[in-house]
Design a protein around this ligand. Structure first.
Ligand code: CA
Length: 228
């Protein structure tokens, strides 16, 4: 069971999360308050990831996070924060959350974060299933293949290695040096431009619009980020 919980009092955000996570194959439970979330988690101890809004009527997200963490070290917890809540991020992480997502967030960012935590929480070990699922992408690390919307994307070995590095680090800015080290190896004395050349070709294969890349974004003066 790919069981996750969303705790959010705002109906529009909650339904947005529910729709997108169901689409990504998760079994989603909804809570409108902290009290409701604690009840649901008590009845469903096999829940692997919980998304928690911070500002709620009744007990707030931090307190829910703290109480859940006191008895459950395995569940992955993602705090949902508003842009104005910069400090909340820090406090949220200190009270035992694993990650946070800033509102507004895209469906791709949301599912990538949940997938990453789900794998880390032991829900789906990529080495046993061989799959990294980040809709619309699905990577099979055994066959070294990539699909987008169910269709095979033909990649060179180098392109595959770059994609795998990206998909293992969703939302993280990766420097050209990191990519070069990881894909070509530390002993490689080539030019950093080889990274850009391969990224350009990779974009042609996986982006809907190469002029306006959505998945592989450029981090100016630094490197690249696996999207969203
Ligand atoms: Ca709220």
């Amino acid at each position: 069971m790919r069981k996750v919980l969303i705790m959010e009092d705002e109906d529009s955000i909650r339904s947005f999360v529910v729709i997108n996570l169901r689409r990504a194959g998760y079994d989603v439970m909804e809570a409108r308050s902290g009290e409701e979330a604690l009840e649901l988690l008590k009845d469903n101890p096999d829940t692997r990831v919980a998304l928690m809004d911070i500002m709620l009527p009744g007990i707030d997200g931090f307190e829910v996070c703290r109480r859940v963490r006191a008895t459950n070290s395995r569940i992955g917890i993602i705090m949902l924060t508003a842009r104005s809540q910069e400090m909340d991020k820090v406090t949220g992480l200190m009270t035992g959350a694993d990650d946070y997502v800033t509102k507004p967030f895209s469906p791709a960012e949301l599912t990538a974060r949940v997938d990453a935590l789900f794998r880390r929480s032991g829900g789906e070990d990529p080495t046993s299933t061989g799959e990294i699922r980040q809709p619309p992408f699905l990577m099979n690390t055994r066959n070294r293949t990539l699909e987008k919307n169910g269709e095979r994307v033909k990649l060179t070995q180098v392109e595959y290695s770059i994609m795998r590095y990206f998909m293992e680090n969703p939302g993280k800015a990766l420097s050209r040096e990191d990519i070069l080290d990881r894909v070509w190896g530390r002993d490689y004395f080539g030019d950093l431009k080889i990274v850009d050349v391969n990224i350009r070709r990779l974009r042609l294969k996986i982006e809907d619009n190469v002029q306006n890349p959505l998945y592989i974004t450029t981090v100016w003066g630094f490197g690249y980020k696996w999207g969203f």
